[in-house]
Design a binder for this molecule. Structure first.
Ligand SMILES: [Zn+2]
Ligand SMILES: [Zn+2]
Ligand SMILES: [Zn+2]
Length: 186
């Protein structure tokens, strides 16, 4: 085991020891005893902290469980398969079920991405300058163009296109592109 992992585990068991025996199966009573519950509009942080982790979580039957997902499920019922929970309060440690809304992975990523209006290089994510990928993440078209336009990138592209594998892949991509345009099966 790498030493970093060993250290994390030691830190973790230290924290757990101060909290008494850890239950194998979490119960709502134990769970809420670890939460600083306030009024409905307030954030309710899950108290046990594990350094380096953004979200509150605990181990249950050997599996890591996210505290806010557990809080949502014991309050509202099961989270739909593949669904994610968004913190409307933007506070990851908060487990107040009223601050959690169920959404899809793609919409969630898009929501958070939309709060960032410029790429790391400072180009605006305007509709013309943004390329949405199927997973909901974005790419800056200006940066993409710049990346593909250096002498090195162009040389690499030429080398790739002139290789047998590159040519075959290029033909295959073209075939799929034409098939998509026709609306037929790929
Ligand atoms: Zn909150
Ligand atoms: Zn979110
Ligand atoms: Zn950019």
């Amino acid at each position: 085991m790498p030493s970093r992992q060993r250290m994390t585990m030691r830190a973790y068991s230290g924290i757990m020891a101060t909290m008494g025996r850890k239950p194998q199966t979490m119960t709502p009573v134990v769970f809420w005893s670890r939460v600083k519950r306030g009024q409905a509009h307030e954030c309710w942080p899950y108290m046990p902290e594990r350094p380096g982790y953004t979200y509150g979580h605990f181990k249950q039957n050997g599996r890591q469980t996210l505290a806010h997902r557990y809080a949502y499920e014991i309050t509202n019922g099961a989270i739909l398969p593949g669904a994610v929970l968004h913190h409307t309060c933007e506070n990851p440690r908060c487990v107040n079920p009223g601050h959690l809304s169920m959404t899809t992975h793609t919409r969630h990523r898009r929501h958070h991405a939309d709060q960032i209006t410029h790429c790391p290089q400072g180009h605006e994510y305007s509709p013309e300058n943004t390329r949405y990928k199927t997973d909901g993440s974005r790419e800056c078209r200006t940066c993409n163009r710049a990346r593909n336009n250096t002498p090195q990138a162009r040389a690499a592209q030429r080398r790739w296109q002139s290789s047998a594998r590159g040519r075959a892949l290029h033909r295959e991509r073209q075939r799929r592109y034409v098939a998509r345009k026709k609306g037929g099966p790929e």
